[in-house]
Design a protein. Structure first.
Length: 145
């Protein structure tokens, strides 16, 4: 579109006359508010379209026997409402904490040489605090099922 606009501008300037009013051929840029409004409208249209297509394509609901959980070809023997042991949640929480340790230490490892001794002291103190937390979990037997 830009080469066409440039060619049109040159064509109009070639026949410039003092009696003809000046025509502004520049394109105005949309403001951020207009772009945000267009984005919101497009997002809503896509969401409504996808939900409508889902309702049209889905058809009738499945019978009750198709919604039963499947476990290795056997019918389930326990109720799904049976509560889990709190130890599973403690182990999951500990796993997340130690998993996030890796994400936090990654930038330190990438900038190891630039951070110097101050970076080393902060990383080691962070790891010591996490190790103290791990020893506490082991002492309380929170990681046993």
């Amino acid at each position: 579109m830009l080469p066409l606009r440039c060619a049109l501008t040159l064509y109009v300037l070639q026949f410039k006359d003092e009696n003809v009013p000046d025509i502004n051929l520049t394109m105005t840029h949309p403001t951020p508010e207009v772009l945000l409004l267009v984005f919101a409208i497009v997002a809503m249209v896509i969401a409504i379209l996808l939900l409508s297509l889902n309702r049209l394509i889905a058809g009738k609901p499945l019978p009750r026997e198709h919604e039963v959980p499947f476990e290795c070809g056997l019918n389930p023997t326990t109720s799904p409402k049976k509560s889990l042991s709190i130890n599973y949640f403690l182990i999951a929480s500990a796993f997340l904490i130690f998993e996030l340790e890796t994400a936090i230490l990654w930038p330190w490892a990438v900038n190891y040489w630039e951070l110097g001794i101050a970076g080393m002291v902060s990383a080691v103190s962070f790891m010591v605090i996490l190790l103290l937390g791990l020893f506490y979990l082991l002492a309380k037997k929170a990681l046993t099922i």
